[in-house]
Every structure is written in C-alpha cells, then in structure tokens.
Design a binder for this molecule. Structure first.
Ligand code: ADP
Ligand code: MG
Length: 261
C-alpha cells in the first residue's frame, strides 16, 4: 500500500511544526524519516497514523484519504510503534502481543485460530517467544521494544509506522530490528521509520525523507539524500560520505568541527 502526504501543515499553538510537507512512500518500501531533533519527525508520524489531525493537507493510503476511513478499517491497516509507549501496566508479553488482534476481535476479544497463529508468528518474528509469560514491566528496554514491535506485527498491518524503534538499543539489537523490518517490507508491508542513525538509515532504507524545521529538504534514494552537502544543510555538520564497497550503501563519517575538509 502506498502512502502519500500532501501539503501537510501542523502547529503547536503559534509554533509551526510542519509546513507544506509533501512526500510519497512506495508500497512495500522501507522508508526512513530523518532530520534533527525538533524537525517534526514524530509529529509527521503521528499524522500518518491518524493519531493527530493535520491543520491542513491530507494523508492518502492507496489514494484514499485516511480521515474518511472507518476507525476499525484504519486500525487493521496501520500498525504503529510510537515513542514513549506510555504507562506500563503489569501485562504479560503474551497479553500485550494479543492486544494487536484488537482490530479483528473488538472489545469482546474472542480469539480464533487465525488470531493465535498471528500472535505466534509475530512473537517468533520479533524474537520474544521465550518472554511470553514475563511481565513487560520486568523487561529490559530492548526486550520491551521488541514486544511492542510484536504487537504491531500481530495486527498484520499493511503499513507499519515506527518512531525511533532502535534508540537506546545496542548495535546488535539495532541490526536485529532493522532486519525484521527489512523482511517485513520485502514481504509487501510498507514500513515507515523515524531514524536517528544515518549509517543505519543508509544501510537499510530504500528511500529517505529528510526534514528540517518542519519542511522536506530532500527526498529519494539514500544515495541522493545522504550527501555531504545535504548533511551540512540539514544538521549543520560536516561529513564525508563514501559508498561502502562491502554493502554498496552510503557510509557516513562525521568530521569534527576542527578537522580539515
Ligand atoms: P522530532 O520528532 O523531529 O524531534 P517533533 O515532531 O517531536 O520533532 O517536534 C517538532 C516541533 O514541535 C518541535 O519544535 C517540538 O518542540 C514541538 N512540539 C512537539 N510536541 C509538542 C507538544 N506536545 N507541545 C508543544 N510543542 C511540541
Ligand atoms: Mg521525535
């Protein structure tokens, strides 16, 4: 399912967070949203998930305006792992992942074989099967992050939205999560992920959307977005970008402010 943002504007009070954001996300792609702190990435992701309504502009899923979809239809379509999952109640991992089936079962929560399968598959994919009976409050942040990813996977969404799912994780967990998302995209799910690590973004993403101060400054293939000029413009940081012959992906080395170009 392809996702299109058209001229999206959003403000918190008088402060503009997004201005005329237009961008496209191809179906089945792993698309990264990058940009400095405060550039509007999380706000944009919440708008894509219909958690927040834009002041103007629209979000189209395969051409259909997200705001005119029925809520349950929307819930089946979109899986989200947003930042700061909020209050942590003492649910077990199994309970949390099962909550991903809510759009199919409604409040009565009667689950059938299809639901059990989806929950099992999701736990296997996210590598949390062994944690099934544990309380989520007793997990490490890396484990908990994977549980929330499993919950979104159990939902079997067409579009998956994730806000910095690898922050605070060590490098092996980061790669593990990126591998899960890459697999998901190659099986046809559209994955949109807010990322901080430009090397990880360059390594895994099919496309990137770069924001600065609430505007799109660059959009396209990682090779075209992650240029030294763009990194200087977006982050104010000098960098050397070289194609890594091992991965055929852009590799970025930041220069210290005092180092010679
Ligand atoms: P990012 O995720 O790129 O760091 P955000 O979307 O969180 O950026 O924030 C974009 C801008 O909106 C920032 O200037 C931020 O301070 C502001 N902002 C975000 N959330 C709120 C809020 N709840 N109330 C007021 N301002 C906010
Ligand atoms: Mg954010």
């Amino acid at each position: 399912m392809k996702v299109r943002m058209e001229r999206i504007c959003y403000s918190y009070g008088a402060k503009a967070a997004l201005t005329e954001v237009t961008a496209s996300v191809p179906s089945g792609s792993l698309t990264g949203i990058i940009g400095p702190n405060g550039s509007g990435k999380s706000t944009l992701l919440r708008i894509l998930g219909h958690v927040v309504r834009p002041a103007s502009g629209r979000v189209l899923y395969d051409g259909a305006d997200i705001s005119s979809m029925p809520p349950m239809g929307r819930a089946r379509l979109i899986g989200a792992v947003l930042q700061d999952p909020g209050a942590q109640f003492a649910f077990t991992v199994g309970d949390v992942v099962e909550m991903g089936r809510f759009p199919y079962n409604g409040l009565l929560g009667r689950s059938g074989r299809r639901d059990t399968e989806a929950v099992c598959d999701a736990m296997r994919m996210a590598g949390v099967r062994d944690l099934k009976g544990r309380q989520i409050t007793a997990l490490s942040s890396g484990e908990r992050q994977r549980v929330f990813i499993a919950r979104a996977l159990a939902q079997e969404p067409k579009v998956m939205l994730l806000d910095e799912p690898t922050s605070h994780l060590d490098i092996s967990y980061q790669l593990e999560i990126m591998e899960i998302l890459k697999g998901l995209a190659s099986s046809g799910t559209t994955v949109i992920i807010v990322m901080h690590d430009l090397n990880l973004a360059g390594l895994y993403c099919d496309r990137l959307i770069a924001l600065k101060e609430g505007r799109v400054v660059s959009e396209g293939l990682p090779d075209d977005v992650l240029t030294a000029d763009n990194i200087l413009e977006i982050y104010g940081v000098r960098a050397v970008v070289k194609n890594n012959p091992e991965t055929s992906r852009p590799g970025i080395v930041m220069l210290t402010p005092s180092s010679k170009p």
